[in-house]
Design a protein around this ligand. Structure first.
Ligand SMILES: [Zn+2]
Length: 538
């Protein structure tokens, strides 16, 4: 519905001025009347019982700067859109439906001796004018104290409807909280937004959140999403006029939830990285594209007389059509300089094209942690290429891939830093067949987690019901020459693979001072591989 659609008439500025005169006049009359005759005078009011308000919805934002060579996304552009909407209607609320503190390249870089870990995002979100967020699974990628610091720094409201904080020292379970000086403010399960318009229609809009339980972390307790949401909606229904959900769930879970909450007209969701718009009964479920490539603008109109809510939603491209807000851009540029300073210590031209890919390289987390991907294959090929001896197989943990996005077109060194932000050394090993089988079996059982391996030259044969290398089942007695990451050998991700295991009979580590040995940094290994690939550009 357009703003001037007269299905729901609203007063212009001029009539608002006239209304104020009438109201003041009638107030004086009431006062005068009370003193003398105590006659009840009905105040003149044009409250039409109808109010319109906007939501600007973002979800899954990891990058503060525009992407794809500056063409799409960028929080400074979002800030401009927010200002525009707020000018049109002050009753505009900007929300982010989870996943923003991690992962990002900037987040892994150190500033003043501390890893940044989402501080860049909170500063930018504060400046952009984000009002309300819900926890996404990625908020729990960072450590307990790091998340606490980010919540403390935030100027927006968090919804923690289906999550609780476990104090890992005491085991005590509580709501998450914001600590300011000496006060502790608990993150609410529900939040109410009170608004009124020019003709005096006022309503209360209630919000609840939801977070999917995919990120197992010691300091987080997940509550049952359905139960907590039903309870929250029940509470809000008694206290507010309209109830809205801000969720971070799989789309299937969102639709299931929507079916159980017919009184909720809108679930603004996240987690899926592409835009979605689905309807279940009267409930609309929407998700925008990740990294603010798009944003949803919802205009809701509530009629107090009929208690009806109308939702009109538009997916807006965040691109060059929106100029960058100066204040937000200054902050984004500051963080970009910090990132570039770190990257130029390693590569000379961070933004030069190193490869052009026609086929999208699938670096999405959910896919890489479940199946073999094209980018997993390419990183393994890069590792095999830098090995000093011919290897029987290659593997690395899928959790190394962090960008959580598909990449196509121009690929730069910065992209590779974003794909593999942790970097790290590659190590060649001789590994006994029986240990190798254990490692591969553990990887298979860890599907969905970062410990799931992306591998090359080894596969599981359903026919033989065993792992195959060099066209034959792995021989438990034989030594195999493999290349993998130093990180994996630490036994943090895969419990079966540890540097001290006698099943690893030899190590071949690069000399850390030899800058020509690309095994010293998997980022450089992959950059070198891409530079030397034939470009897919026509
Ligand atoms: Zn997510």
């Amino acid at each position: 519905m357009k703003k001037n659609d007269h299905q729901f008439p609203s007063l212009g500025k001029k009539s608002f001025g006239i209304l104020m005169v009438l109201l003041i006049g009638s107030a004086l009359m009431i006062n005068y009347g009370c003193k003398t005759t105590k006659k009840v005078v009905t105040p003149v009011s044009t409250d039409d019982g109808i109010i319109s308000f906007n939501f600007l919805q973002l979800n899954d934002v990891y990058e503060i700067a525009p992407l794809e060579g500056g063409k799409v996304g960028g929080m400074a552009r979002v800030a401009t859109l927010r200002k525009r909407l707020t000018n049109e209607n002050p009753n505009t609320l900007t929300v982010l439906a989870g996943d923003f503190l991690s992962p990002s390249l900037i987040g892994t870089i150190k500033k003043d001796g501390k890893r940044i870990k989402g501080a860049q995002m909170v500063e930018v979100m504060n400046a952009t004018g984000i009002d309300l967020v819900t926890f996404g699974n990625h908020e729990f990628d960072i450590k307990e104290q790091e998340l606490q610091d980010r919540i403390n720094e935030s100027k927006f409201t968090w919804l923690g409807t289906s999550v609780r904080r476990i104090n890992t020292k005491t085991g005590k379970v509580s709501k998450f909280y914001q600590e300011t000086d000496s006060t502790i403010n608990y993150v609410p399960d529900t939040w109410t937004w009170e608004i009124s318009d020019e003709d005096g229609t006022s309503i209360r809009v209630g919000f609840f959140g939801a977070t999917l339980d995919m990120n197992e972390v010691k300091y987080v307790k997940y509550l049952d999403v359905t139960n907590t949401c039903l309870e929250a909606v029940q509470t809000l229904s008694m206290q507010t006029d309209v109830v809205i959900g801000l969720t971070h769930l799989n789309v299937a879970e969102d639709l299931e939830l929507a079916a159980k909450l017919p009184q909720v007209p809108l679930l603004m969701g996240g987690h899926d990285h592409h835009h979605i718009r689905e309807t279940v009964g009267n409930t609309l479920v929407t998700k925008a594209d990740a990294n603010a490539k798009t944003a949803y603008v919802h205009t809701l109109t509530y009629n107090k007389n009929t208690r009806e809510t109308k939702v009109s939603s538009k997916l807006i491209d965040i691109n060059e059509q929106l100029h960058a807000d100066e204040a937000v851009k200054t902050i984004v540029d500051k963080w970009k300089r910090i990132m570039d300073d770190n990257i130029t210590k390693v590569v000379d031209q961070p933004y030069a094209e190193i490869y052009y890919s026609k086929v999208p390289l699938d670096a999405r987390e959910a896919v890489n942690r479940r199946e073999q991907t094209n980018i997993g294959r390419m990183i393994n090929e890069a590792m095999i290429k830098v090995a000093k001896r011919e290897v029987d197989l290659s593997f690395f943990n899928s959790g190394s891939i962090r960008i959580d996005d598909k990449l196509e077109g121009t690929i730069t060194a910065v992209d590779v830093f974003k794909i593999l932000p942790f970097g790290g050394q590659l190590v060649e090993i001789d590994i006994k067949g029986d240990l190798l089988i254990k490692v591969l079996n553990e990887s298979k059982s860890r599907v969905g987690q970062g410990a799931y391996l992306q591998r090359k030259k080894v596969f599981f044969s359903d026919k033989n019901n065993t792992w195959m290398v060099n066209g034959a089942p792995i021989d438990p007695e034989k030594d195999y020459h493999a290349i993998t990451t130093d990180f994996l050998l630490k036994g943090i991700d895969l419990k079966t693979l540890h540097v001290n295991d006698p099943g690893i009979t030899r190590f071949y580590r690069p000399d850390p001072d030899d800058r020509t040995d690309l095994r010293n940094n998997v980022i450089l290994t992959f950059i070198d591989y891409l530079v030397n690939l034939p470009s897919e550009r026509d």
